[in-house]
Design a binder for this molecule. Structure first.
Ligand SMILES: N[C@@H](CCC(=O)N[C@@H](CS)C(=O)NCC(=O)O)C(=O)O
Length: 212
């Protein structure tokens, strides 16, 4: 039987998958594990009562497992790994936090109004650290196979590239070449292409943060 998952709908397009990196992470996990699922697209600007009943915090993704709705992509991915161990997407613990500071650094740079506040350098430093890691262990974070850390980081890099390119005319410097190769690999991965949001929806999703 197919699992049920609530994910973000695109703004103004209730039938189109929206721009939530946490939702994409769970969809990627379901796709990679070949678990059948049924998507419910939720309009987050006008949350229906049925959704608030199953997700009291009003957040997506939420997944129905064993007749219970579960929130938070970390928790959901953990449950999926336990219930559907094959193929394993476990990232070895020593690599699990690789790239985990990039998303926060990206949001700081996006919101920054002061070019000398160090937020650009902080992001470049995180990307360099990822580059060093990929150089030693790549092509994926844990080596030859895609694992959960890639499925978490990939959507975040997708948002980073689109939002900083659009709002700041900023792109990742050329030098972290392994990061560029990684981005190319992940963004063209079959399940990624199938589950990614449209660029214009990613831009629309970040506009309030940029303008705040
Ligand atoms: N820690 C949560 C974060 C989920 C999250 O922040 N989702 C956003 C969409 S990207 C959301 O539902 N926000 C509620 C809203 O916009 O009202 C996870 O990993 O699932």
């Amino acid at each position: 039987m197919a699992l049920e998952i609530c994910v973000k709908a695109a703004a103004g397009a209730p039938d189109v998958l929206g721009d939530c990196p946490f939702c994409q992470r769970v969809l990627l996990t379901l796709e990679e594990k070949k678990i059948p699922y049924k998507k419910h697209l939720v309009n987050l600007s006008d949350k229906p009562q049925w959704f608030l009943d199953i997700s009291p915090e009003g957040k997506v993704p939420v997944l129905k497992v064993d007749d219970k709705w579960v929130a938070d992509s970390d928790v959901i991915v953990g449950i999926l790994e336990e219930k559907y161990p094959e193929p394993s997407l476990k990232t070895p613990p020593e690599f699990a936090s690789v790239g985990s500071k990039i998303f926060g650094a990206f949001i700081k740079l996006l919101k920054s109004k002061d070019p000398s506040d160090g937020s650009e350098q902080a992001l470049v430093d995180e990307l360099k650290a990822l580059d060093e890691h990929l150089k030693a262990h790549g092509p994926f974070i844990a080596g030859e196979n895609i694992t959960s850390a890639d499925l978490s980081l990939g959507p975040k890099l997708y948002h980073l590239e689109i939002a900083l390119g659009h709002f700041k005319k900023w792109s990742i410097p050329e030098s972290p070449t392994h990061v560029h190769n990684y981005i190319e690999l992940i963004f063209s991965w079959e399940s990624f292409v199938k589950t990614k949001a449209a660029k214009e929806d990613v831009v629309a999703g970040w506009a309030p943060k940029f303008n705040a």
